[in-house]
Ligand binder design. Structure first.
Ligand code: HEM
Length: 332
C-alpha cells in the first residue's frame, strides 16, 4: 500500500524548478515575502546543518493506519474526503530539530510533530503537518528565517546576552513559546495543533475559519523536567513502535472555529480555548510501513494544499507548501 503514497513522480521536476515556481506563485497569491522558500531551507541548514534529510523535523517514525470521518464534519465543509468512509493514511511522528541523531531528551526535540496524509478514494491526498505547541514561535515566514539565524548565532561559547536572548527579551510571544515547550511521555499522549488557519466552506456556501487539532485517545501526558532526565535518547521513537505493536494508537481530529477578532493570519497567537470544537473524525495508527526507510524518504506532506471546501487562509501555509518540496527534493 505504501507505494500509493510515494511522490517519486514529483522529485525530478521539483529539484530543478521549485524555487522559480515558488517565487512566482507566491507573488501571484499576493504574498509579500522578503525571504524565499529556498532562503528558509538555507536558514534551516544554517542552524541545524545539511544532512541530506528533512531540513527540520528530521528524526522521526512513520506509521500506517486508517481515517474514519465524523458526521459533523459535513456541517462545516463540503470536502469529499468526509463522504468516503474509512480511508488509508500514512503518518509520521517527529522531533522538531533538523538534526538526524538528536537525543529525544535534548533541547530542540520539542515541539514534536505529527504529519498525516489521508489517501482519498479519488486519488486526492489530504495532508497535515502539526506540532504539539498551540501557536508558532513567530508570526511570519520572514520572522522565522530571522529567528533561525539568531538560534544559529547563539550556540555554546557565545557571550550573554546571546543574539537569541536579546531577541526573546523584546519579543514576548516568542519568549513565551520557548519557555512553555513541553516533552510528551509518548507521541501518543500529546495533542497536536495545526496552528495555521484554513477557510472551510460547506455545501450551502457558508464559510468559517478553522484551525486543526489532533487529540490523543490515550489522554495527554507530558514529562516533568526531572522525569525527562531519566529517559533514554530514543525514548519517543522506541515507545511508539512498542505501543503500536501492542494496540492501535488513536487520535480524534477537531476543527476549532474562529470568532470575530481571532487572528487568522498570525499563527503565533492561539485562539481562546472557549472556541467551539467540531469533531471531524478519528485516526487509527496500527502498524509500521513495510519498508520504513523507503517510506520516510519518499513521503512528502503538503499541509497548505487547497481542496473544494478547504482553502489555506494564512500565507504561511502557502509558503510551507512551496518550501517542503525543496527540502524533499534535496533529500532524494
Ligand atoms: C514558515 C514556516 C515553516 C517553514 C519554513 C517550515 C519548513 C519545513 C521544512 C523545510 C520541512 C521538511 C519537509 C520535508 O523535507 O519533507 C518541514 C517539516 C515539518 N514541519 Fe514545517 N515549516 C514551517 C512551519 C511549520 C509549522 C507552523 C508547523 C506546525 C504546525 C510545522 C510542522 C512541520 C512538521 C510536523 C514537519 C515534518 C513533516 C514530516 O514528517 O515529513 N512546520 N517544515
Amino acid at each position: 500500500m505504501f507505494e500509493d503514497f510515494t511522490l517519486k513522480r514529483f522529485a525530478g521536476r521539483l529539484l530543478g524548478t521549485a524555487l522559480c515556481l515558488a517565487t512566482s506563485s507566491l507573488a501571484a497569491a499576493g504574498i509579500e515575502q522578503k525571504e524565499s522558500p529556498q532562503d528558509l531551507v538555507n536558514a534551516l541548514h544554517g542552524t541545524f546543518g545539511a544532512h541530506h534529510a528533512r531540513a527540520v523535523h528530521t528524526k522521526g517514525v512513520m506509521v500506517v493506519g486508517t481515517f474514519v470521518p465524523a458526521k459533523d464534519a459535513r456541517s462545516i465543509t463540503k470536502a469529499s474526503v468526509f463522504e468516503m468512509g474509512k480511508l488509508p493514511v500514512v503518518a509520521r511522528f517527529s522531533l522538531f530539530a533538523g538534526v538526524p541523531d538528536i537525543p529525544d531528551t535534548a533541547n530542540g526535540a520539542a515541539p514534536t510533530g505529527l504529519a498525516i496524509k489521508i489517501k482519498a478514494k479519488d486519488g486526492t491526498e489530504y495532508d497535515f503537518a502539526t506540532d504539539q505547541h498551540n501557536g508558532f514561535v513567530v508570526a511570519t515566514s520572514d520572522e522565522f528565517a530571522n529567528f533561525l539565524r539568531l538560534v544559529g548565532e547563539s550556540g555554546p561559547g557565545v557571550a550573554h546576552p546571546t543574539p537569541l536572548e536579546t531577541f526573546l527579551n523584546t519579543h514576548p510571544v516568542s519568549k513565551h513559546f520557548v519557555e512553555t515547550l513541553t516533552s510528551p511521555a509518548s507521541y501518543a499522549t500529546a495533542t497536536f495543533f495545526g496552528i495555521n488557519s484554513f477557510k472551510w466552506t460547506n455545501a450551502a456556501g457558508k464559510s468559517a475559519f478553522v484551525r486543526y487539532r489532533f487529540v490523543p485517545r490515550a489522554g495527554e501526558r507530558y514529562l516533568r523536567p526531572e522525569e525527562l532526565k531519566t529517559m533514554g535518547p530514543n525514548y519517543l521513537q522506541d515507545e511508539i513502535v512498542a505501543r503500536i505493536a501492542k494496540a492501535p494508537v488513536e487520535f480524534d481530529w477537531y476543527a476549532q472555529i474562529a470568532e470575530d477578532g481571532d487572528k487568522i493570519e498570525d499563527p503565533s497567537i492561539a485562539w481562546p480555548e472557549s472556541r467551539k470544537l467540531v469533531k471531524l473524525g478519528t485516526f487509527t495508527f496500527d502498524r509500521l510501513p513495510a519498508d520504513k526507510d523507503v517510506a520516510d524518504k519518499q513521503t512528502l506532506f503538503l499541509p497548505g494544499t487547497s481542496h473544494p471546501g478547504i482553502d489555506p487562509a494564512d500565507p504561511m501555509l502557502t509558503f510551507r507548501n512551496h518550501t517542503y518540496p525543496i527540502s524533499f527534493g534535496e533529500r532524494q
